[in-house]
Ligand binder design. Structure first.
Ligand SMILES: Nc1ncnc2c1ncn2[C@@H]1O[C@H](COP(=O)(O)O)[C@@H](OP(=O)(O)O)[C@H]1O
Ligand SMILES: [Mg+2]
Ligand SMILES: [Mg+2]
Ligand SMILES: [Mg+2]
Length: 424
């Protein structure tokens, strides 16, 4: 049972501490972790030193989870295991919310884009798991959401809903002896305020990528990557609504297939997919076609996120015959990485600035699966410049065989098109 939220901090701490050691987790596929008595960092600043001490005493808490992965021997094995655990837990909260979302669960941000209790809940859980399990170095995370709107008058109800959701998700998992106060919830969200940059390590999180898809009952992804000295070194994409084996029709779903895919990649170790409830990972690779006639392409479902007329013109110039496969979120990168399609085209309207959390995890999953991800001029994406990507016009991804002709088609189509201003 989760302790009730709203208890005074000391009572909440005492209650968390009093919980007896739990048996093996009933639903998580991973072995139980060594336990922290409670999650001190988000309860009070003075407890922070205690957390640092505990973290030092738990050197490789997450390591067991990576044993079956190709990346088990990589220097990022512990981080990968922690990232998978974090994304899987967040996915569970998102699935619960998506099944019965209410109007009061959705807010509009300053830029008019939607944010839901699940976006916040996912960010909190990922932050929590990473803080508990990645035991070396300081913690830095560049994440999409912040707590500003939740601290305003009138936000008490939604904050309470988020707190309940997070604590219920934690209570359902026997490997966590942790509950968060409302202050802890706000602090966990704001642990994603890092600016990133070219030095050190930074986690990069989109707690729900494709919030509009999430609200439509469609595709979305929990996208988590790790930057090390400005380079993406690992990525995990949880796609709860994506069929596990492949997309075999244009609506992005297929009958009889298990649904829910967890893509992951570590630099130099390839890319893999497994079910969200923990089947052994399978190595994946991009399709090998060099014939555009056989190639199909992915793009955003939302017409406001990419210029469908321009992508259509690129595809036509390339000789693609199949209609576009339109799905939300970085699930597109995952689907491309395992060869469900051959190309991903993204051409936002002029003035839009891409954020690193919208591409970091997806890009490494594709490149480690043997593909290429570049801007419209063929430059690699540079994730070292802070929260934004600084790039030329658009983002394209495909295999090595098709990239030269794709780049040529992109340049020709852009030349022909007069850019129209963003409708947003
Ligand atoms: N005008 C715009 N042009 C391009 N991308 C946009 C956009 N407005 C929002 N986005 C981004 O598009 C993402 C979704 O991508 P896709 O179109 O592939 O589903 C959103 O992520 P969030 O849903 O995390 O906010 C958001 O960051
Ligand atoms: Mg958003
Ligand atoms: Mg996003
Ligand atoms: Mg998002």
């Amino acid at each position: 049972m989760a302790a009730r939220v709203g208890l005074p901090q000391q009572a909440l701490l005492a209650s968390a501490l009093a919980r007896s050691p739990s048996p093996s987790p009933a639903r998580l596929p991973y072995p139980p972790l060594l336990r922290l008595p409670t999650y001190c960092r988000f309860f009070s600043a003075s407890a922070d030193a205690g957390l640092q001490n505990l973290r030092r005493r738990l050197p490789f808490a997450a390591r067991a989870m990576s044993q079956r992965s190709e990346a088990a021997g990589s220097p990022y094995a512990a981080e990968l295991a922690a990232a998978k655990k974090a994304v899987s837990l967040a996915a569970r909260l998102c699935q619960t919310v998506q099944q019965e979302i209410e109007q009061s669960d959705v807010q509009s941000k300053a830029d008019k884009s939607p944010v839901t209790v699940a976006d916040y809940g996912s960010q909190i859980l990922v932050s929590l798991v990473l803080n508990m399990e990645v035991t070396t170095g300081s913690f830095s995370m560049v994440a999409e959401e912040d707590s500003e709107d939740l601290r305003k008058d009138g936000a008490e109800e939604i904050l309470e809903r988020i707190t309940d959701l997070v604590n219920e998700t934690l209570a359902e998992d026997a490997s966590f002896n942790i509950l968060l106060s409302q202050e802890g919830i706000l602090a966990a969200i704001d642990s994603g305020k890092s600016e990133g940059g070219p030095s050190g390590r930074h986690w990069v999180l989109d707690p729900i990528d494709g919030t509009k898809g999430f609200l439509r009952g469609g595709q979305y992804a929990i996208a988590l990557a790790l930057l090390d000295e400005g380079k993406v070194v690992l990525g995990v994409l949880g796609c709860p609504n994506l069929p596990l084996s492949s997309i075999n029709n244009l609506n992005g779903s297929s009958s009889g297939d298990q649904v829910g895919a967890l893509f992951s990649a570590t630099i130099g170790c390839g890319a893999e997919v497994q079910s969200l409830d923990g089947s052994p990972p399978q190595k994946i690779s991009v399709c090998s076609t060099d014939n555009p006639v056989n190639a199909s392409f992915f793009e955003s479902y939302e017409g406001a996120h990419t210029m469908h007329d321009l992508t259509g013109s690129i595809a036509e110039k390339l000789g693609v015959q199949a209609p576009p496969v339109r799905i939300d979120s970085q699930a597109k990168y995952g689907a491309l990485a395992r060869g469900d399609g051959a190309i991903y085209l993204r051409f936002p309207y002029k003035g839009y600035r891409e954020k690193i959390w919208d591409h970091a995890a997806g890009a490494i999953v594709v490149t480690e699966a043997g593909g290429l991800v570049t801007d419209a001029s063929g430059n690699d994406l540079d994730f070292s410049k802070g929260r934004f990507l600084d790039l030329d016009t658009g983002i394209i991804a495909t295999n090595k065989q098709l990239m030269p002709s794709l780049l040529k088609a992109v340049q020709e189509a852009i030349k022909e098109k007069d850019q129209v201003p963003s409708p947003l």
